[in-house]
Design a protein around this ligand. Structure first.
Ligand code: HEC
Length: 97
């Protein structure tokens, strides 16, 4: 009996770590010329699912404000040129007009 519960404990542990891995690999932003830039700059503090979760209802002005908030308020390392590309990408892939 003891062995059985040991085994299920190990099994449960594997399941939990499996789920964690699956969640991370599921986060893939829509492929585009600037995906790598956005992934590099925008998944430092949180995963890219924050972008996906907000996709589909933000307009250009909202994405602009979002990128500004991330850089100015939270200190995301994004220069002005990159911010422009990132906003364009977000509007193209996750924006509504
Ligand atoms: C320096 C850390 C940092 C970086 C880099 C960063 N973020 Fe964030 N982001 C945060 C924090 C902290 C929150 C949670 C803010 C809150 O709860 O108000 C957040 C939340 C968000 C949200 C959820 C909506 C919101 O405002 O809370 C979105 C969308 C988002 N980030 C997009 C981005 C994008 C796009 C980039 C790349 C330009 C980026 N983030 C880079 C720190 C960061």
């Amino acid at each position: 009996m003891r062995n059985v519960s040991m085994l299920s404990a190990v099994f449960l542990g594997l399941c939990i770590s499996g789920v964690t891995l699956a969640d991370e690999s599921k986060v893939a932003l829509s492929p585009d010329t600037d995906t790598a830039l956005v992934m590099a700059r925008c998944s430092i503090c949180h995963s890219a699912d924050y972008i996906q979760m907000n996709g589909g209802f933000l307009k250009r002005a909202n994405w602009e404000a979002e990128v500004k908030k991330m850089t100015k308020a939270f200190g995301a390392p994004v220069n002005d040129e990159e911010a422009g590309k990132i906003v364009d990408y977000l509007v193209r892939q996750y924006g509504v007009e």
